[in-house]
Unconditional design. Structure first.
Lengths: 289, 292
């Protein structure tokens, strides 16, 4: 987590990167229009030989171009339902993530400092951990009373394991000399926990939170799609961004699918950045290297 | 008592004698058990600066952990002024090889760690913290985190953090390892002055014979693993000392020759089977060192 100011050169590189990506995407999407030119005959032949359609580039040629996506976006940006999708996914993410932090951080610290707790809880934890959160969707629909709780629970699982693993690892990696020094200076066990273990683990907690936040977004969207996104709440307006995409797919609005995808990308970026900024605030000693 | 007395008062030293008798310590489970310290006996005299020197990896740090009370000896006893050492205590403050300053605390918070841990922050402690900040020359760096300090500054902050606890014994485990030559010499000077002003018992661990000669009242030369006392050399050079004088002093060179001869012999034990060529080679190299 280095410099906080963005240099003009870095900004320029970022803008170039985005511009080039958009340009390639636009060109690729419009391949139907230019691939027919005589110059590209060998390309068409190659595509045909590989079993693809010869009229457009594979994959990218079937995706709506950015210009069309922007157009579709302009169509929904004034639509309350679109923003409600944002709001609903955000609430689910923040709910699941907050609970994962509130439960995961103390649980991780307990596992790190208490050998008995570790011995009892860790084997079960390690068996449950490899189960992908999405595998929990059907079970969670069955055992939670409302769909909203099911989705939030799956979201919670997505962040929980990552947070716990990071906290345990971080607390255990604290150098033994810090404990020795603290004991020499007369620290009690509580004092060591509060002033050595807790601050010593903070950087790992922040890392766990940033990674966990990313996973939360991956999970919430899929959970919304699979569970129907609480469509009974009111169609597109209540289903969250995942359901927004699913609904667009079912409705055949391909531009809107991409609008949903890009929206999730932006939402995930904003959330992770928020966590990072908060994390920097609580670990000032890492900033000052 | 004035605030500075804890640091500068050459008050008569009435405490701080460490007696190590018949101490052994092994690590690991059988059949891979390795004996690190074997039947080790020595005394750290009160009010003196004793330097422990030995080949690296010989078990000096293990002895320090036992003295500090982080671990218990398998056999033998370690006493401070006749009382068994049963655990870590503010009586014995250890400055470690690498910095053990808490990275998440500023210099000032690091220095005040001990008093805060014991809930003994009084106006006098706060005043003492200021005195120490001046003494170690870190007043302007009080708000900086350890990573913003240079190596030498970190060592000084660490000395201050230990000194504020007013220990009976200061234990310094290769504290200046890894510093550049110039900073190291400045730190020797600094350390000697701190010792001379306080008259507190110091145990200083090193692998560097020049460091030992400059600082020591007495040098404990340790055997290679499993370690024990090989020889004790008294360094009766007047204080305050100057590095240049020591290089030119015949008595100092004689002590250096003796210490190096033993050290090379001990170091050879890790290289040559049964120490065959050990002693002769060691003697030859010791002479070469002195004549250089």
């Amino acid at each position: 987590m280095g410099a906080r100011t963005i240099s003009p050169r870095a900004l320029a590189r970022g803008l170039v990167s985005v511009a080039v990506a958009l340009l390639l995407w636009e060109l690729g999407s419009r391949s139907k229009q230019w691939l027919g030119a005589g110059v590209f005959a060998p390309v068409r032949a190659l595509l045909g030989a590989l079993g693809f359609k010869e009229t457009y580039l594979p994959c990218i040629g079937a995706v709506p171009p950015p210009s069309a996506v922007v157009h579709a976006w302009a169509g929904v940006i004034g639509d309350l339902g679109y923003w409600q999708s944002w709001g609903r996914s955000f609430l689910r993410v923040m709910g699941g993530f907050t609970v994962a932090m509130v439960v995961g951080v103390p649980f991780g610290l307990l596992l790190a400092v208490n050998r008995t707790a570790f011995g009892i809880a860790f084997p079960v934890f390690e068996v449950l951990r490899p189960i992908p959160p999405l595998a929990w969707v059907p079970a969670s629909i069955i055992f939670w009373p409302t769909q909203e709780l099911s989705i939030s629970f799956v979201t919670f699982l997505g962040a929980f394991y990552t947070i716990v693993i990071n906290v345990v690892g971080g607390a255990r990696a604290i150098d033994g000399r810090f404990f020795q020094a603290a004991r020499s200076m007369g620290s009690s066990r509580w004092d060591i926990f509060r002033r050595v273990i807790l601050p010593g683990t903070l950087p790992s907690i922040v890392v766990g939170a940033v990674v966990g936040m990313g996973i939360t977004w991956e999970v919430v969207v899929a959970a919304e799609m699979i569970s129907g996104g609480g469509s009974q709440i009111g169609g597109t307006s209540g289903g969250g961004l995942g359901f927004f995409i699913w609904n667009s797919y079912v409705g055949g609005s391909y531009e809107q699918i991409v609008v949903g995808m890009v929206s999730i990308g932006i939402a995930g970026f904003i959330s992770s950045e928020l966590v990072r900024v908060l994390g920097r605030q609580i670990t000032p000693w890492l900033r000052s290297r | 008592m004035p605030v500075t007395a804890a640091l500068s008062g050459p008050a008569p030293v009435t405490a701080g004698e460490i007696t190590v008798s018949g101490v052994s310590k092994s690590y690991g489970a059988l059949p891979f058990r390795k004996e690190i310290v074997r039947d080790c006996t020595f005394t750290v005299a009160r009010g003196k600066l004793t330097v422990m020197i030995g080949p690296s990896g010989c078990g000096k740090s293990t002895l320090i952990r036992l003295l500090a009370g982080f671990e218990r000896p398998d056999e033998g006893t370690i006493k401070l002024d006749g009382v068994d050492i049963s655990g870590p205590s503010r009586d014995r403050q250890v400055v470690f090889q690498e910095t053990a300053l808490f990275p998440w605390m500023t210099t000032y918070d690091n220095i005040l760690y001990g008093p805060r841990a014991r809930r003994q922050v009084t106006p006098r402690t706060l005043e003492l913290a200021e005195v120490l900040l001046d003494k170690v020359g870190l007043r302007e760096f009080r708000g900086k985190y350890p990573q913003q300090l240079s190596g030498g500054m970190q060592r000084r902050a660490e000395l201050a953090r230990a000194l504020i606890n007013d220990p009976t014994v200061m234990v310094l485990d290769e504290p200046f390892r890894g510093l550049d030559a110039l900073t190291k010499e400045l730190m020797w000077d600094y350390c000697a002055r701190l010792f001379e002003e306080s008259g507190r018992t110091h145990l200083f661990v090193t692998t560097d014979i020049d460091e030992a000669l400059f600082l020591a009242d007495s040098i404990l030369v340790m055997a290679n693993t499993p370690t024990a006392l090989r020889a004790e050399l008294i360094v009766d050079l007047p204080r305050p000392r100057k590095l240049a004088d020591i290089g030119a002093d015949d008595r100092a060179n004689e002590i250096k020759r003796q210490a190096l001869a033993i050290l090379h012999e001990e170091a050879m034990r890790s290289f040559t089977p049964a120490g065959r060529a050990g002693p002769e080679l060691a003697a030859a190299r010791a002479t070469a060192e002195v004549n250089r």
